[in-house]
Design a protein around this ligand. Structure first.
Ligand SMILES: [Zn+2]
Length: 444
């Protein structure tokens, strides 16, 4: 009681203090309010050539504010309004110039102020402009997917999911309308009726750009996710070796090898930059990848801890496991449960068995191959966990913890190009083995 009264008195004093000496209205605030007033006035009037010109100048005022006061708290709103004005102008005039300016403002908005109040709608509008305006479906899909994952419970999240479903339906429709593969039609008439030659002819007539590679049939596209990056170094161990650098090296080497097999590879990051967790699976979903493989390096307070472990997503309802996962992912427990609830339809589609198989193939391959070359590798096994980075991925997904950066021997090995190459090769063989199993199952 006593404390509450003291706090009340302090609050009262503070509020008097504010009244007595009002903060001077800053220049950026003045500019913003003036532009906003003008926009509100124009928003309800008919779109005549005159109002067009005035709207354009208001958009310019918003843009100038963001340019001249890059630290102003009105910047995200300024980009948002400049973007929406240009988008409105585009919708009535169909001038590409307006569309480009709208897109530019939305990109600045979501790039510089990703957590601001205008970010959700800004990103949704960016996706819309890319989708309907530019016909850039793949990036539109990616942006919608980020909105759907990041703002799952908001109206924008719901709208983005609806747009994604519509894009899926449109793509499916196009697939159905496309003529069947031209292999048979373009095959020259078989002159000699012997069977072996006919088979050979059909094989030869397949397009040269896509040589017949049975091994590449099942896996079309793989998203590799080098963990952490940019401001987030991940685990930092012996000699200052950082997880983010090791995993990027391995991902790049693995990517090259997979490409040689004719598999399309997408890296969630190609360099040392920060990518929010939810964007990583959003990329995989947007790319409609066949596999999602997140690469990490372990660390422990115990310097003797070493070895390799691989995780797959388990949509567990066990309260203790959820709390543990929340702690490891550094996010609130209730957020995980929300995500789990919202994405449950996606998670149900998860090929859990495929994820488990993939995890075992990768784990086994690293343990035996890297172990064969560099001495015994401690096998910490395949485990289930609810890593945030795996939640929401719509394809078999695993997370590999490759050795311990906190262990003197393993850290120094991890830092070398040679060892990273060996790891990439082992993972590559694991993926190949997974693919062979998947094909056997498919053919049964
Ligand atoms: Zn990590």
């Amino acid at each position: 009681m006593q404390t509450r009264r003291v706090i009340f008195v302090i609050a009262l004093l503070l509020s008097f203090g504010r009244d007595a000496a009002p903060a001077p209205v800053s220049h950026d605030r003045q500019l913003y309010l003036a532009a906003k007033n003008e926009y509100d006035r124009l928003a309800n009037s008919k779109l005549t050539p005159q109002t067009r010109t005035r709207l354009e100048s208001v958009a310019e005022r918003f843009e100038r504010l963001a340019q001249e006061f890059p630290k102003s708290r009105y910047c995200d709103a300024a980009h948002y309004y400049a973007g929406t004005i240009h988008q409105e102008l585009y919708e009535s005039s169909r001038e590409q110039r307006s569309l480009d300016r709208a897109i530019r403002n939305y990109r600045l908005l979501v790039g510089k102020y990703p957590n601001g109040a205008y970010a959700a709608e800004g990103r949704y509008r960016l996706a819309m402009a890319l989708d309907a305006g530019k016909g850039n479906r793949s990036e539109a899909r990616q942006q919608y997917a980020i909105v759907a994952a990041k703002y799952a419970r908001s109206d924008w999240g719901r709208r983005a999911r609806a747009r994604l479903a519509a894009l899926d339906a449109a793509a499916e429709q196009e697939r159905k309308q496309r003529p069947p593969p031209a292999v048979v039609q373009t095959a020259k008439p078989v002159q000699e009726p012997e069977l072996p030659k006919a088979v050979f002819l059909v094989e030869k007539t397949s397009p040269p750009a896509q040589p017949v590679k049975p091994a590449a049939q099942a896996l079309r596209k793989i998203v590799l996710d080098p963990g952490h990056g940019g401001k987030d170094p991940g685990a930092v161990g012996v000699d200052g070796i950082a997880e983010k650098d090791v995993v990027l090296g391995v991902a790049q080497k693995l990517g090259e090898k997979l490409k040689s097999l004719g598999i399309e590879v997408v890296l969630t990051r190609k360099d040392d930059r920060f990518i929010p967790l939810e964007e990583r699976t959003a990329i995989a979903n947007a790319e409609a990848a066949d596999l999602f493989i997140s690469l990490h390096v372990n660390a422990s307070p115990n310097p003797d801890a070493r070895g390799v472990e691989t995780y797959y997503l388990d949509n567990t309802n066990d309260e203790a496991a959820l709390r543990m996962a929340a702690r490891e992912n550094g996010i609130a427990r209730d957020k995980i449960s929300d995500l789990q609830f919202i994405l449950s339809d996606m998670v149900q589609n998860l090929k859990l068995e495929d994820s488990i198989t993939l995890a075992h193939r990768l784990q086994g391959s690293v343990v035996t191959q890297v172990g064969g070359r560099y001495g015994e590798v401690r096998d910490l096994g395949v485990k289930k966990a609810q890593f945030y980075v795996l939640v929401g991925a719509r394809m078999p997904s695993v997370l590999v913890e490759m050795f311990f950066v906190s262990n003197r021997i393993e850290a120094r090995a991890l830092a070398t190009d040679e060892y990273q190459q060996a790891l990439a090769e082992a993972l590559f063989d694991g993926i190949k083995k997974y693919q062979d199993t998947a094909q056997v199952v498919k053919n049964l």
